[in-house]
Structures are given as structure tokens and as C-alpha cells.
Design a protein around this ligand. Structure first.
Ligand SMILES: Nc1ncnc2c1ncn2[C@@H]1O[C@H](COP(=O)(O)OP(=O)(O)O)[C@@H](O)[C@H]1O
Ligand SMILES: [Mg+2]
Length: 271
């Protein structure tokens, strides 16, 4: 039922990495999880072992109004994945224009996904303001903003807190109250990173869901097209990500445990 949208003011902050690994942590906690990639980089699949040459996906086919169920991939982690699909610049521009004209192309399928009361949907959005964000944000229970623990994030905190970085006017108003934050790449050995993290944490208070340390285990797992819990379950990053997943769960209206058996059965029948 709930949609958790992951957004960020800029790219390269670890958004896709967190979506993949938080989804895995939620799955391990017994949730039925679907991740949907709304970023034309089409990178979310790479955390789940989908080979590079496999370029099919939902958003890339959006104009043909595909049945999203047909494009969902089961993954070995148990997380169901809806890849973006390969899209060149021209296709991405077409898609954005079509979405602006007809938001139902995306909001319709999203509503269908959210109508399943047991399903937790996590969306990986493009960085900054975007058409997919404009469509997905109003449907989201929580918008998780990923910030890097650096001086720039601390300096632009005012913009970030207001939600204005995700789009002007109505868009930021829509998001108010649903914005939560995760700090990524905290390096406790770097004075600058630590100071930035402390500044950000002080300002964000309860809206800070957690912090994820800078840890090569995350990029190593990605290089192997695996999730960090599979490669390095004892790593600092795996522990931090489990913490963020628990904080997200605590925000959800539906808190009852989904039993392993019913979830497995549900996954099997649906996809
Ligand atoms: N906490 C972290 N520690 C170390 N490397 C990280 C961390 N988070 C992300 N990375 C690496 O940073 C790069 C960018 O991450 P990515 O998730 O693709 O960012 P985004 O989706 O925001 O563009 C990737 O190579 C990823 O492995
Ligand atoms: Mg990304």
C-alpha cells in the first residue's frame, strides 16, 4: 500500500544504492517489496543482478502503456523489481513531455501497485525536479531525501528543508510534512564530513531517519551486482541500512508483520 519515494537535490549521492539495499532490508524484515526505477539512468537493476544487456523496462515503454505486471522481475533477494528500461536522451524527453500532458500514464499504474494492501513500493526518482517526481510525490506516504554528508548539503539546507529543490510552488507545498531525510556517506574519520553531519542532524531533528557511513562494502557489492547484505552482512553500511529500514517502517500506517508464508505465496501468484 505505501509508496516510499526516494529523491535528492543532486545525483551521485547514493540514492539508487539506498533504494536497493533498504528494499532488501525491508524484505528481510518480512515485507513484500516492489522497487520501481523512475530514473532514466536505469541503474537500479544493476544492484539486483539483472545483466547489462537486459534493457527492458516500464518507463522506457510508457508511451505504449504497457501492463506493468508483465515487466516486473522477481530477483534472488525476493524483492520484485520494475526496471526503468533503456532510454536515450530523445526518448527521455518524449517521455517527460508525454507525462506532463498525461500524468495518468504513470499515476494509473502506480495506483494499481498501491492498491495491494500488503505491498510496499519504493521508487527511485531522478535527481532534482522531474516529471516522474511530480506524478509520484502526491501519491507517496513518505518522500525520503538523500543528502550527502558534505559542506554543500549543509550550506543549502534551507532550500533542501523547504522542499523547494524538488520543484517550485505547488510541488513543494505538496511535499511539506512528508519530507524525511537520510544522510549518506558519513565519514567519521573526516572532520569536514563529521561536522557537516552534525550540522545537518541538528537542523533536521526528528526528520532525519538515519545516517549511512561511507563504506566501500556498498560500491563493492554494486560492482558484483549484488546487495550489501549478501556480500558483507557484518559491514557498517549493512547495519546503517537496516536502521534506516526500521525508521521507515515506523512511519508506515501498516505496521503489522506480513508472514513469510503469505508473502511468498503472494509473490508467486502475482508474478
Ligand atoms: N555510503 C556509501 N559509501 C561508499 N560508496 C557509496 C555509498 N553510497 C553510494 N556509494 C557509491 O556512490 C556511487 C553513486 O551512488 P548511486 O547510488 O548510484 O547514486 P545516485 O543514485 O544518487 O546517483 C556508487 O558508485 C555507489 O556505489
Ligand atoms: Mg541513481
Amino acid at each position: 500500500m505505501p509508496l516510499i519515494a526516494f529523491a535528492s537535490p543532486k545525483g551521485g549521492v547514493g540514492k539508487t544504492t539506498l533504494v536497493a539495499n533498504v528494499a532488501d532490508a525491508l524484505r528481510r524484515a518480512g515485507r513484500s517489496v516492489l522497487v520501481i526505477d523512475l530514473d532514466p539512468q536505469n541503474a537500479l537493476r544493476l544492484h539486483f543482478g539483472i545483466p547489462l544487456h537486459d534493457t527492458a523496462g516500464f518507463m522506457a515503454e510508457l508511451l505504449r502503456q504497457p501492463d506493468w505486471r508483465r515487466l516486473v522481475r522477481p530477483t534472488s533477494s525476493g524483492v520484485a523489481l520494475l526496471p526503468h528500461g533503456a532510454a536515450d536522451l530523445r526518448a527521455a524527453l518524449h517521455q517527460a513531455a508525454a507525462l506532463e500532458r498525461d500524468p495518468l500514464l504513470l499515476s494509473g499504474p502506480l495506483r494499481e501497485m498501491l492498491s495491494d494492501p500488503r505491498l510496499l513500493v519504493l521508487a527511485d526518482l531522478p535527481p532534482g525536479p522531474s516529471q516522474p517526481l511530480a506524478v509520484a510525490a502526491p501519491l507517496a506516504t513518505v518522500v525520503v531525501t538523500v543528502l550527502q554528508s558534505d559542506a554543500i548539503s549543509a550550506a543549502v539546507l534551507g532550500e533542501v528543508e523547504s522542499g523547494r529543490f524538488l520543484g517550485g510552488g505547488t510541488m513543494s507545498a505538496l511535499l511539506t510534512g512528508r519530507l524525511q531525510f537520510v544522510l549518506n556517506g558519513v565519514d567519521m574519520h573526516s572532520r569536514l564530513s563529521r561536522t557537516a553531519a552534525e550540522t545537518l542532524a541538528r537542523h533536521l531533528g526528528a526528520r532525519l531517519l538515519g545516517a549511512v557511513s561511507r563504506d566501500d562494502a556498498l560500491s563493492e557489492a554494486q560492482a558484483h551486482m549484488r546487495l550489501v547484505h549478501e556480500m558483507a552482512p557484518g559491514s557498517a553500511a549493512a547495519a546503517d541500512i537496516a536502521h534506516v529500514a526500521r525508521a521507515i517502517e515506523a512511519l508506515l500506517p501498516m505496521t503489522q508483520e506480513v508472514s513469510e508464508a503469505s508473502m511468498t505465496a503472494g509473490m508467486r501468484t502475482r508474478w
